[in-house]
Design a binder for this molecule. Structure first.
Ligand SMILES: Nc1ncnc2c1ncn2[C@@H]1O[C@H](COP(=O)(O)OP(=O)(O)OP(=O)(O)O)[C@@H](O)[C@H]1O
Ligand SMILES: [Mg+2]
Length: 290
């Protein structure tokens, strides 16, 4: 346990590099709209996997399938933890309990509650004590509450949000709300953290902070990360592997370097707004942590 964490942050028991999540032939449509078509991908323990692609490519839909908000018409989502779990038909709270937590493209927090209470709410997915015991604050429930409180303090420390712990979430800047939302996902002790555009709408400094937190969570605690992000500089800098979606299909996959040189990927982005894929970056930005 690093950085003074008193309890294990990552609930996974796999070794780094072991297969953790396998998505097979995933297909999802809404009426006539195909959001995902025959998508296959794998995530390995302690990896940072970026999902990129133009608007409407199916990135959020893919995360929604993994976290149980959407149920695909075809395909399977298999998760390895203590044995293999088929997530395909499970409900969101069951998947969260298995150790897959997420943040949302549009922040989903309890806006009228404090930062601290939002983080504590994240812990509740693991509450073992029954409601009556927790209300009486008695016996095992008391121990559990103390453990959660310590755990949340560790998260506050990690994400450097001590100064805003008592503030109402709705009053915080957008960048800080995004940070708190990631904190709430961490409170679920995830083996896998799914982040849907965690840096959208942030300024350069806030993005840098967020990238550092993501790397800390991954490198110090071994939490696997699936990251949807439009900022290609960030994606190229922090991911181990990149999967590219376009019109619901996987059109490319590989290391950041492989992906930015993939002609199919370049073509897909050329058909879109060119600013989405800054080619000068392919020349200038060679800083990949791999
Ligand atoms: N609940 C829904 N009902 C109907 N259509 C949907 C729903 N969710 C997604 N879609 C459609 O599925 C396609 C993929 O959408 P998705 O939100 O997954 O894209 P995305 O890659 O996350 O895009 P963005 O970068 O804009 O967030 C789009 O055509 C979208 O309109
Ligand atoms: Mg999206």
């Amino acid at each position: 346990m690093l950085r003074g964490f008193r309890h294990q942050l990552n609930s996974s028991t796999l070794q780094p590099g072991e297969l953790q999540l396998r998505i097979e032939d995933l297909q999802l449509s809404f009426g006539g709209v195909t959001a995902l078509f025959n998508v296959n991908l794998e995530l390995h323990q302690s990896e940072i996997l970026a999902i990129i692609g133009p608007n409407g490519a199916g990135k959020t839909s893919l995360l929604n399938c993994i976290s149980g908000l959407y149920h695909p018409q075809k395909g399977r989502i298999l998760y390895h933890r203590d044995g293999e779990h088929d997530l395909t038909r499970l409900r969101p709270h069951q998947i969260a309990r298995l150790g897959i937590a997420r943040s949302f493209q549009n922040i989903e927090l309890f806006r009228h509650m404090t930062v601290l209470d939002n983080l504590l709410a994240g812990c509740h997915v693991h509450m073992r004590a029954n409601l009556l015991a927790s209300m009486l604050y008695w016996g095992p429930a008391e121990r559990e509450q103390i453990e959660f409180r310590q755990y949340v303090e560790d998260i506050i420390d990690l994400l450097e949000i001590e100064s805003i712990r008592k503030q109402t979430v709705g009053a915080l800047s957008y960048g800080l709300q995004k940070r708190v939302e990631m904190g709430r996902a961490l409170a679920m002790k995830p083996a896998i953290l799914l982040l849907d555009e965690p840096m959208a709408g942030m300024n350069a400094e806030e993005k840098e902070d967020m990238a550092r937190f993501i790397l800390d969570i991954n490198e110090e605690h071994g939490v696997s990360i699936v990251l949807i992000e439009h900022d290609m500089g960030v994606v190229m800098d922090i991911s181990d592997r990149v999967v590219v979606l376009n019109f619901g299909q996987k059109i490319g996959e590989g290391t950041p370097d492989e992906v930015r040189q993939n002609p199919v990927v370049i073509q897909a982005y050329l058909g879109e707004d060119r600013s989405v894929f800054p080619f000068k970056m392919a020349v200038n930005n060679t800083s990949n942590r791999g």
